[in-house]
Design a protein around this ligand. Sequence first.
Ligand SMILES: Cc1cc2nc3c(=O)[nH]c(=O)nc-3n(C[C@H](O)[C@H](O)[C@H](O)COP(=O)(O)OP(=O)(O)OC[C@H]3O[C@@H](n4cnc5c(N)ncnc54)[C@H](O)[C@@H]3O)c2cc1C
Length: 308
Amino acid sequence: MMRSFFLYLSAADWAKNLVMRMGPARRTAYRFVAGDTLDDALEVTRRLNAQGMGVSLDHLGESVTDEAGARQAMQEYLVLLDAIRDNGINAAVSLKLTQLGLDISEDLCETHMRQILDRARDTGRHVTIDMESTAHTDATLRMFRTLHADYDNVGIVIQAYLYRSEADMRALAEEGAFVRLCKGAYKEPPEHAFPDKTDVDANFVHLTRLYLSSEARANGAYLAIATHDEKMIAAAREYIQANDIPLNAFEFQMLYGIRPKLQEQLRDDGYRVVIYVPYGTQWYPYYMRRLAERPANVWFFLTHLVRR
Ligand SMILES: Cc1cc2nc3c(=O)[nH]c(=O)nc-3n(C[C@H](O)[C@H](O)[C@H](O)COP(=O)(O)OP(=O)(O)OC[C@H]3O[C@@H](n4cnc5c(N)ncnc54)[C@H](O)[C@@H]3O)c2cc1C
């Protein structure tokens, strides 16, 4: 109920205009967002790198409906990639295709992606395409495949809550793709997604094993296990140990500001850990999705609003 309400708010312009004007809301969002500027993102990245963690930087933005906005987003990613190189930090990049014009035209989005991937390749960086709602799943996978034919530095997110994900991951394993597996953060109907969390969790474990299997690895498939759920992590670790999966076949990923102790524990246990760090002024939908995931975050948000 609470989840649905906050996912509804994440896409509601009236709520966005209201919340983004509230200073305290902005300050609570900074728990999950590095800050408004590239400098903020670089500072957080340096700190995480010093703690032995990799970073994937997301310049926040999505659902762009005008060409100029999509072009500007592309240019901001070029600036980000140059800054990663110039500062010598350990960071990859994450982005959303609707930020780069997917809703305007696939050709426009592809042009922008090729410019970003060329720069990423020149600077030795990896780019992961986030997965948005099911309105975009087919187009996102299509774009990934077009790009993956020409670039080996591109990966894609798959959501365990979708029924289709097993078939998608089997195909991606044959293609030797980099996949970041997460549970899924959008509001989806029962025609597309498991309504029960227990089924989502069971599918996450199943897909983790599938993608770490020797058949998938034989094709060069690589898995980023993106979750803060200790049960998912324990199941992955159990499979990894039982099957002697090499450390260079996978990594754990978590979002900035969530379960930092668990992040450190995985690092201390010798695993590769990458933190997804968003930054920029367009934090509203990202923040609402984080509130939707956990009722305790909503109380944190509300108590800070009331205090001011
Ligand atoms: C690196 C990364 C990239 C992602 N990219 C995408 C994407 O492209 N598309 C997409 O749909 N989703 C994406 N997600 C979000 C994901 O789908 C989930 O919504 C989110 O990770 C919560 O699921 P969970 O696996 O942590 O499990 P849950 O069962 O939701 O949570 C497990 C535990 O983690 C902690 N936790 C989880 N969420 C929060 C929170 N918001 N605040 C505080 N504590 C929390 C709590 O302790 C909770 O008990 C991404 C997640 C990660 C880690």
